[in-house]
Design a protein around this ligand. Structure first.
Ligand SMILES: Cc1cc2nc3c(=O)[nH]c(=O)nc-3n(C[C@H](O)[C@H](O)[C@H](O)COP(=O)(O)OP(=O)(O)OC[C@H]3O[C@@H](n4cnc5c(N)ncnc54)[C@H](O)[C@@H]3O)c2cc1C
Length: 388
């Protein structure tokens, strides 16, 4: 006999956990089916940057709506999300200064605390930074990073307290539909039936799409991250996306600095390909670039490195909305930037499912229709694609 529930969410990453919380808050009893364990995918490897700086307004809106959760986690969700305010700097090459200005104007219009700063200002914020290769940076004094595993965990704990269920080691292998309506899923632990099924399967979402007859234009993106020990001379620094040097970095607890690169990411690997080993040369490249921005790191040392994998769409923006049989929804293709928008993604999808449209943020730009019409999303004042 199939187990019956109000909604089935496939995947217990940040997207599935946040959606479970928001549906449960509206009185539904969703079941989250996870083939391994909570945060086993991209969420468990995420660098956790929390910033609102995007060149696409719809993404800034999602990040800004989510920021309210990160800042008020205990009251809004409960438990911990590990949000740490460090301040956030977006550094761009001089060729992008005009676009940076325009994007900061857009962020300020949305109410996001963001301002333009000069290299001298940056030197005051981060005295150890080299500041001779850019004209202007954007600064978000309130931003920082959070702990993705705690964030997903506390979303699911709060969802379960409201009647949701998490079933781990439960791989979905079939999606059932009758008369053009989704009716449930088949798993290694038997069948589950529900009028709503949501594909939040991250790098595996194309496989789930196929089970429902939905072809998702989804590739995989494999990303490497290194953790370095800072020398005692560098006590702290802000969180930074350094487009000029194609990298990002942030402080981590224990005197560490996390660093990763925007280029050299691998595309098209199988979702289950190795995530245990970083590629040869990655650590050296990351250290070399970090030392260009923070020369004092030359006295640092390697702590560890890891690999993660996310689903990526052709325009490197999320895919969200109804697709295929009625009652089937997708929340995937987060393209290496889906953690910080996770809270709003869950809120918006719950609204779409229950009310027919998202009110928190308009997520219609992220619908799959854009891949049929060829109108891919592009920032109003676009920088280069973040991953290349
Ligand atoms: C190394 C790295 C660093 C990143 N850094 C940042 C950052 O700093 N800031 C930011 O905002 N974003 C960042 N991202 C992106 C962000 O982490 C992801 O976009 C986000 O975590 C995706 O969440 P998700 O829930 O969609 O997918 P996932 O977390 O991958 O969850 C999908 C889940 O589905 C499960 N699943 C798959 N197939 C099945 C099946 N058949 N049946 C049941 N379950 C299934 C998987 O086991 C997995 O747990 C980073 C990503 C990586 C990999």
């Amino acid at each position: 006999m199939a187990k019956t529930c109000d909604a089935i969410i496939i995947g217990a990453g940040i997207a599935g956990a946040s959606l479970a919380f928001h549906l449960a808050r509206r009185g539904l009893k969703p079941v989250v089916l996870e083939r391994r364990f909570l945060a086993a995918g991209a969420t468990g490897r995420s660098s956790g940057l929390v910033r609102m700086h995007y060149d696409l307004e719809a993404e800034s809106r999602l990040a800004w709506a989510s920021f309210h959760y990160f800042r008020n986690w205990k009251e809004v969700v409960g438990g911990e999300c590990g949000f740490t305010r460090t301040g956030f700097l977006q550094i761009v090459a001089p060729a992008y200064t005009a676009k940076l200005r325009a994007n900061v104007t857009m962020h300020q219009r949305l109410g996001i605390p963001s301002l333009l700063v000069t290299p001298d200002d940056v030197k005051r914020l981060a005295p150890e930074f080299a500041t001779d290769d850019f004209e202007m940076a954007a600064y978000e004094p309130e931003s920082g990073y959070a702990d993705p595993v705690s964030t997903a965990q506390s979303f699911l704990t709060a969802a379960r307290e409201r009647g949701a269920e998490l079933v781990q080691e439960c791989r979905v292998s079939g999606v059932s539909a009758t008369g053009g309506r989704v009716t449930g899923v088949v798993t290694q632990r038997g069948e589950f039936s529900a009028p709503v099924v949501v594909n939040a399967a991250g790098a595996w979402a194309a496989e789930i799409g196929k089970l429902a007859g939905v072809a998702l234009p989804l590739d995989t993106w494999t990303h490497e991250v290194a953790y370095l020990r800072r020398p005692a001379s560098i006590r702290h620094h802000p969180t930074v996306i350094d487009d000029s040097l194609s990298m990002y970095f942030r402080p981590e607890t224990g005197g560490l600095t996390l660093v990763a690169l925007e280029d050299g990411n691998r595309f098209g690997e199988a979702p289950d390909a190795d995530t245990e080993h970083v590629a040869k040369g990655f650590v050296e490249k990351a250290v070399e670039r970090l030392c260009r921005r923070m020369p004092g790191m030359e006295a640092g040392s390697l702590h560890s490195a890891h690999v993660g994998r996310d689903g990526i769409s052709p325009d490197q923006r999320a895919m969200m909305g109804q697709a295929g049989p009625q009652g089937f929804y997708v929340a995937c293709g987060f393209s290496g930037t889906g953690f910080k928008i996770g809270p709003a993604v869950g809120a918006c999808l719950s609204e779409l499912i229950l009310d027919g449209r998202a009110a928190t943020v308009d997520i219609s730009p992220f619908s799959l229709k854009r891949f049929e019409t060829g109108e891919l999303l592009k920032g109003e004042h676009a920088y280069q694609s973040i991953w290349h």
